[in-house]
Design a binder for this molecule. Structure first.
Ligand SMILES: *[C@@H]1O[C@H](CO)[C@@H](O)[C@H](O)[C@H]1NC(C)=O
Ligand SMILES: *[C@@H]1O[C@H](CO)[C@@H](O)[C@H](O)[C@H]1NC(C)=O
Ligand SMILES: *[C@@H]1O[C@H](CO)[C@@H](O)[C@H](O)[C@H]1NC(C)=O
Ligand SMILES: *[C@@H]1O[C@H](CO)[C@@H](O)[C@H](O)[C@H]1NC(C)=O
Length: 438
């Protein structure tokens, strides 16, 4: 820019001001940041979570008209979260649950307190009951560095393409790093998605530090279990989120494996009894039981811990999920996309040769961990295993459209190929014989 341009001095001023802001230590602020939603598994409700750097009240004002007044208000608790790093940084966590929402209605909200308000965000209240068609977007392993798929996810979100997000573990890389600042950066990055859609999660290995405390404090999942597992209903599906990490970080409590296993069994029993109403049971956990990637991860071992359990074959999940006829198992951890033929104990159980996913006789596994992070993509072994149906080593994410009680549509979006659909299947299960595989 020419030095005599009238804008010059203003620009200088801006430049130095912004330098000053960047150089200054974190100014204590009551302005809400890192705003995100979660669904508390109560029809007609939605939870808003955000962070401030000074104590403040927690209030959400909301309404039905984008630029009109916000006539409704809800209050909630404020808690403090102290990061485990040397600086022991203190975050004020605000959680407010909005109730009495009209199913399917679009709302506008802002959050904060008199000390500072957020800008306005929008969300659509989830419809209630089993008779609608939820559209979910599923991915794992999204970092604050190299978050490849995020711009596209943002655009999809703005276009109203989804009802909820399933983030299958591994956030920020890592949320605890730099005294939790990497977590702050990540939560700000996902805000354009997560402040508009319920952002449902499960923990991954990158959340491990300080007993998963950044994960438990920053996300806000339903249920009063250990902060590591929960389930919820959406349309014709029951979705179970759990921690594969309890099998790997035993120093945080070996009993967690057992407690989670019993909780899972109990939840599956109930969901199975309710199958006439909600026919689909879908699980999400970070580390897969099977994969054909070129690394030494658990899923590359014949007897993976997630599949077979702790040594002595304790609390393995494959038998449990098979027993209760789980339909679809969503995984991540491997930075790629892989779809398996219906499988149980290494045997392929196609519905038929022509239509393997129509009336499958075993669960369907999808591994989708390529949303983008600093660790880039994971290669595959040269020759696919006989149980592997499709492998895609490209950044992307998965669209899951639960059309009705018998039909689910799964599509893989390639970010590398500018949004091209690189996988497209229907899983079809007739209403009979859903409670177990025969
Ligand atoms: C880790 O957290 C879980 C709850 O998420 C708790 O049950 C367990 O006791 C904790 N372990 C340690 C060693 O603090
Ligand atoms: C399962 O179905 C696929 C697609 O038709 C086929 O390629 C594969 O060989 C089948 N596997 C078995 C064990 O039937
Ligand atoms: C679900 O949708 C499919 C595809 O539109 C349709 O063929 C099927 O009959 C529907 N099933 C039910 C139970 O409505
Ligand atoms: C359900 O299972 C029974 C046997 O338990 C079998 O006779 C029947 O054909 C099955 N129905 C379907 C639709 O697969």
């Amino acid at each position: 820019m020419h030095p005599f341009h009238p804008c010059w001095s203003a620009c200088c001023l801006l430049f130095f001001c912004s330098l000053e802001i960047q150089g200054a230590p974190e100014a204590p602020k009551a302005d809400p940041e890192q705003i995100h939603l979660s669904y508390p598994d109560e029809p007609g409700s939605m939870t808003v979570t955000w962070t401030t750097w000074v104590p403040a009240l927690s209030e959400v004002q909301f309404g039905l008209h984008p630029s009109g007044p916000l006539p409704f208000r809800a209050l909630g608790p404020t808690s403090t979260f102290v990061d485990g790093g040397v600086l022991q940084r203190k975050l004020y966590m605000h959680r407010v649950t909005l109730r009495g929402l009209l199913p399917g209605a679009q709302y506008v909200y802002r959050c904060g307190s008199r000390q500072g308000w957020s800008r306005r965000f929008r969300f659509r209240a989830l419809k209630s009951g089993p008779h609608w068609s939820p559209r979910l977007v599923v991915f794992g392993d999204l970092g604050a560095d190299n978050p490849k798929a995020l711009p596209r996810l943002r655009r999809d979100t703005q276009q109203g393409m989804y009802d909820a997000v399933l983030h299958v573990g591994d956030f920020a890389y890592n949320m605890d790093q730099d005294n939790g600042r990497v977590g702050d950066k990540f939560m700000r990055l996902i805000e354009p998605v997560a402040a508009n859609l319920p952002y449902m999660t499960c923990p991954g290995n990158h959340e491990e530090r300080y007993n998963f405390s950044n994960y438990k404090a920053r996300f806000n999942m339903p249920g009063d279990t250990e902060g590591l597992w929960y389930s919820w209903d959406v349309g014709p599906a029951h979705i179970i989120s759990f921690s594969t990490e309890v099998y790997f970080y035993l120093h945080y409590g070996r009993q967690l494996v057992e407690r989670q296993f019993h909780w899972l069994e109990n939840d599956l029993q109930k969901a199975n009894k309710n199958r006439a109403t909600r026919p689909w049971i879908i699980t999400m956990g970070h580390r897969p039981m099977y994969c054909s990637n070129l690394d030494l991860d658990d899923c590359t071992w014949h007897e993976s811990k997630v599949r077979k359990g702790l040594p002595g074959k304790l609390f393995g999940l494959e038998d449990l999920f098979y027993k209760y006829g789980v339909d679809l198992q969503l995984w991540a951890h491997e930075h790629s996309y892989e779809r398996l033929w219906p499988i149980y104990n290494y045997k392929v159980f196609n519905g038929s040769q022509e239509k393997p996913y129509t009336n499958p006789r075993g669960p369907v596994h999808i591994i989708t961990g390529s949303a983008g992070c600093e660790e880039k993509l994971t290669p595959f072994v040269l020759f696919p295993r006989p149980w592997s149906a499709l492998r895609v080593k490209e950044y992307g994410y998965t669209r899951l459209h639960i059309l009705n009680g018998t039909h689910i549509h799964i599509q893989q979006v390639s970010d590398d190929q500018d949004g091209k659909i690189v996988d497209d299947i229907w899983v079809v299960r007739p209403p009979h014989n859903r409670t177990k595989y025969l």
